[in-house]
Design a protein around this ligand. Sequence first.
Ligand code: SF4
Length: 406
Amino acid sequence: MEKKSLSLYIHIPFCVQKCAYCDFLSAPATEEVRSRYVEALLREIEQEAVFYRDYPVETVFFGGGTPTVLNVSQLEKILCKLKENFSWDAKEISLECNPGTVTPEDLKRLHRAGFNRLSIGLQSAQEEELKKLGRIHTYETFLDVFWAAREAGFDNINVDLMSALPGQTLETYLDTLEKVQKLSPEHISAYSLIIEEGTPFYDTYHQADLQRDRDGVDRMGLLPSEEEERAMYEATKRILAGHGYERYEISNYAKAGKECRHNLVYWKRGNYLGLGLGASSMVDETRWKQTEHLEEYLYKYGEATGNRKADEDRRPEMIPLKKSQSEKFHLSKQEQMEEFMMLGLRMMSGVSPEEFKKNFSVSVFQMYGEVLEHYQKLGLLEVSDQRIRFTDAGIDVSNVILADFL
Ligand code: SF4
């Protein structure tokens, strides 16, 4: 029987400080909490790995948070534990890192330990923009990390960029893009800022929006207009294409052969196991999510003290239900088909009708004929027996189209 492969996602929920726009599961933590977390994570790895002996691990991604808030020995320990416990065939081992959290020596050790892909969060090359975002680093600090990573042997580097930032203009965005492409990283992720509820940005900009509706005074001037945002989006495609980057997913660009294998697993609906706080998993069409509650996680995988009273006292109280580990649920065939379309169409190569038929024993044209025909007529989808994919115009309204596959 053919062996099924597995990808591992390791969540490190710590950051030096919280950025003003961030709603990821991350926060600053003391050294003591970080160290308890690593111990708990090592235990979770041991406990979970026994269920996946038959699944060779092909990609690993350490994300967060800022994984490099942990010290190098802790990261080495986690990677070592994964290697010892899983059936190891990892070709890509990515590590997210933020400038200001690693030294050149750290990078050398991390590369020697086996990490072979580095994803650096830059977001912008403009100091003012970085400050407004609440980032802990300058552009100079980023450059130091980038060159130190090259020196350490990393030949597969991603740089994260953001557009539609407060105070950003087309000119400053173009400057950032030009500076970054000149460094020639193998991969660039370029996302637009989304102002999420519960972040300091939401309070600032959403309130300003409400106030404007009341008194007509526009305090939103700091955010780029829709036209500017559109121009930034167009510039990203044009400039990166002109420098040998292929757009292979809505927001991701790579040099030939340097697509992020781990992310391709998500979009192609391969098996992945998430380890660590709040990490999501999908294996053999079953989905679940680890608890998002740190105390619960530390309790669950913490070492028992042997003293019943002490152990009971450590039990976290009042754990919000929604943050506890979710039940495992098996996706229905309908849900699997929806995901196949929604995730697959994010890739510029789109989906294959033949593969759809092979997976679900039904034709994609039979299932989604009406939707496909509608958007094909509007020039938003390219539809053939070989591939179904977005046209350039279709990508721009992809969210609306994808929703129609639900
Ligand atoms: S570094 Fe990343 S994960 Fe951490 S707060 Fe900033 S955006 Fe969020």
